[in-house]
Design a protein around this ligand. Structure first.
Ligand code: NAP
Length: 334
């Protein structure tokens, strides 16, 4: 009898947050791997804010997920059957694949994921797959962060922000985080390298940034957008830089998103603003992975993981990112 595997299929385009109608969990065929293919059992799905972006219509930086097709995401899998020389049975691999318990692939878009010695698998995946490379690239290559500089980071208690604070501190910079609760702000300062942290829900962010960086900000690393970005624009030094990594506050928006209102600061302060997508920088990954693995091994870099059990929980878990309800890197364990 042909085998099947549970797979999340994209059924209805959401308006605002994902609902029970957005996906359906269906049994889909699981063929035997042909020559040059492998069968993979998914161990962890990485839930990322951009998963929501892929569900929208219109031109994106990558392919949209198609209605009627499988939902996809970054995952860590284990090869269970192999007819591919690069991925023997038992190998771990990571890349972008379907939200499915098992799948068959020719390995394109996947790379071996050797577990660093002594590392916890979930933490290593959380650091090395998306968040660590994003923070490293955004701060160092795109943002040009230098030792001694003041860097403000929004979405600081999310997975990218937690990496960014620690990398900035290891680089000799002065990171100021912006996050949504006092508990998250305290953890940023106590555990994740931040020199200071601002609660954007209870504080005047522009005023607090001025207090923590009286001479101004050299680099702003934006994960959120909206009023937080305006507060940063009001506090930049002359010739400062902004790295736009993401704008999570807009991903569930149902109307056009206004702002930034302080656009004039780009001229006043002669600012450079640069967006980036990690997929354009895959050639840098080997060097970045070396840095991240070294920092993991010497204790410079830590990542709290927020693990949800069960493939069936993936859609509702994705909404946690937009509610600020995740504490650390959000993963689904299968
Ligand atoms: N450019 C790239 O290649 C790339 C790669 C990966 C990720 N990203 C981007 O990086 C950003 C962070 O991603 P992540 O994986 O680190 O997610 P995450 O931070 O682990 O989770 C999202 C956090 O963002 C905050 N947030 C959610 N909605 C918000 C809102 N309306 N206003 C302010 N804060 C809000 C919440 O924390 P609070 O409690 O603090 O509100 C939430 O916990 C996203 O924008 C993502 O798209 C970009």
């Amino acid at each position: 009898m042909p085998q099947t595997t549970p797979t999340w299929i994209y059924r209805t385009r959401p308006t605002g947050p994902i609902t029970g109608e957005t996906f359906s969990l269906e049994d889909t065929p699981l063929p035997e791997p042909a020559e040059g293919e492998v069968e993979v059992a998914t161990r962890y799905l990485s839930l990322d804010a951009t998963n929501r972006v892929w569900l929208t219509e219109g031109a994106l930086y990558t392919d949209n997920v198609q209605i009627g097709g499988p939902m996809r995401g970054v995952l860590l899998g284990e090869v269970t059957k192999s007819r591919h020389p690069q991925f023997p049975e038992g190998t771990h691999l990571s890349g972008i694949g379907p939200w499915a318990a098992r799948f068959v692939t020719d390995g394109k878009g996947f790379a071996p994921f050797p577990l660093p010695k002594g590392a916890d698998m979930a933490e290593a995946f959380a650091i090395l797959s998306v968040a660590g490379p994003t923070a490293h690239l955004g701060l160092l290559k795109i943002g040009g962060l230098q030792a001694g500089e003041v860097v403000s980071i929004s979405g600081a208690a999310g997975s990218v922000g937690i990496m960014a604070g620690q990398i900035a501190r290891a680089h000799g910079a002065h990171p100021i985080g912006i996050a949504g609760t006092d508990e998250k702000c305290a953890a940023l300062v106590d555990h994740y390298g931040y020199a200071a942290a601002i609660n954007y829900k209870t504080e005047d962010v522009a005023k607090a940034l001025r207090a923590h960086a009286p001479k101004g900000i050299d680099l702003h690393f934006e994960n959120v957008g909206g009023p937080v970005l305006d507060a940063a624009l009001a506090n930049m030094k002359d010739f400062a830089r902004l790295t736009i990594c993401g704008l999570i506050s807009a991903y569930n928006a149902t109307d056009p998103v206004p702002g930034p209102y302080r656009f004039g600061e780009i001229v006043n302060r002669r600012l450079t603003i640069r967006g980036f997508i990690i997929l354009d920088h895959l050639a840098d990954f080997p060097a970045i992975t070396q840095d991240l693995a070294r920092w993991m091994a010497d204790g410079t870099l830590r990542m709290p993981t927020h693990v949800v059990d069960g493939l069936d929980k993936a859609p509702e878990a994705l909404n946690l990112l937009f509610e600020g309800a995740n504490t650390g890197k959000l993963l689904v364990r299968l």
